[in-house]
Design a binder for this molecule. Sequence first.
Ligand code: AMP
Length: 391
Amino acid sequence: MSPIDSKPILPGSTIGVLGSGQLGRMFAIAARRMGYRVHTLSPDEDTPTGQVADVEINAPYDDLDAVRQFAKTVSVVTFEFENVPAATAAAAAEHTLVRPSGRVLHTTQHRLREKTFLSQAGFPVTPFRRVSSFDELVSAATALGLPAILKSADFGYDGKGQYRIRSESDFQAAWQAVGQREAILEAFVDYACEISVVGARSVRGEFLHYSAAENRHANGILDISIAPARVPDSVAREAAELTHSVLEKLEVVGVLCVEFFVRKDGQLLINELAPRPHNSGHFTFDANLTSQFEQQLRAVCGLPLGAVDQLAPAAMANLLGDLWRDGEPDWPAALQVPNVKLHLYGKLEPRPGRKMGHLTALAHSTDQALEAVEFARSSLQAKRVPQMATQ
Ligand code: AMP
């Protein structure tokens, strides 16, 4: 039976989520709202997803017996975390549907495979080279020129992910930073801004996308997303078309986010893919008729996709553990801004750099939404809350 002929997975069924962070939590909230049950599997306990799910299984991803057992109890397995081993997806697929497929996961969980796939398929990407030894790093840097960024090929290496190489004197430190293992060297892109598009593709190949979000990072972590992105329509349109092509080419059933660099001449380069809802799409939870999480649910259950209309311009600000440095943030202060919504992920330990929650503001314009969300976030730590007119 082809997936297209298969019956939709109806409310009342159980969905399995591999991974247990905030993406799974927001997915589980959407799924429960529509009457589904949710089981989650990850190596952790009392997790953001587990707190909302019906069942939380605590097992390492490479415990394939646990994964098989988990798969037997659910109608479909999806992901909130793409770095699960290929063998895990394969073990789940022995017993149930896996959406998106293990093949999508395999391509997107490895920077080198991902960039190679994209460039071979003709998508615009940053010039890059494979690096598997120190000598190859030196010759790749000679070929690409400096500055350049060295990134570990796989994502799962304790944050020892990336190193910006400014001059030859950085080679040793960069090679250490990626753990002296397979890596990818990318030319440094002097971009005007970064944007991302979250797209969804159904079992029948129907495609929908959200408006491009404009993303600002701080210390390599997403800080603020503004939607719609303040880029020319032609750039946003092209980003959406490229996103559609990527989902088609990978035959994604589910949700996938494409992150882009926008060069000063308006040219787009794909930086990275994430085969799941994305932090830059969190605004859709409050701002769109159907959130990225409900869309993932609909897609993986073989249901029609929901309308993606955005109800108002939006801005999202992440709340990192650093905000807890001087004690519990002043939640009522942020909530004094009435067009701001608070999301907290139920994480018990607020470590610096850890994503603990986010704020989303809706307003008449993106500039007003940005102002409101930044104001709300700054007031979390303010002793006295200044007055501000909203909207
Ligand atoms: P990544 O983990 O690849 O998404 O990179 C994290 C952030 O580092 C990106 O969002 C950019 O801000 C920056 N970055 C990554 N690769 C490049 C590049 N080739 N040129 C310039 N900035 C980059």
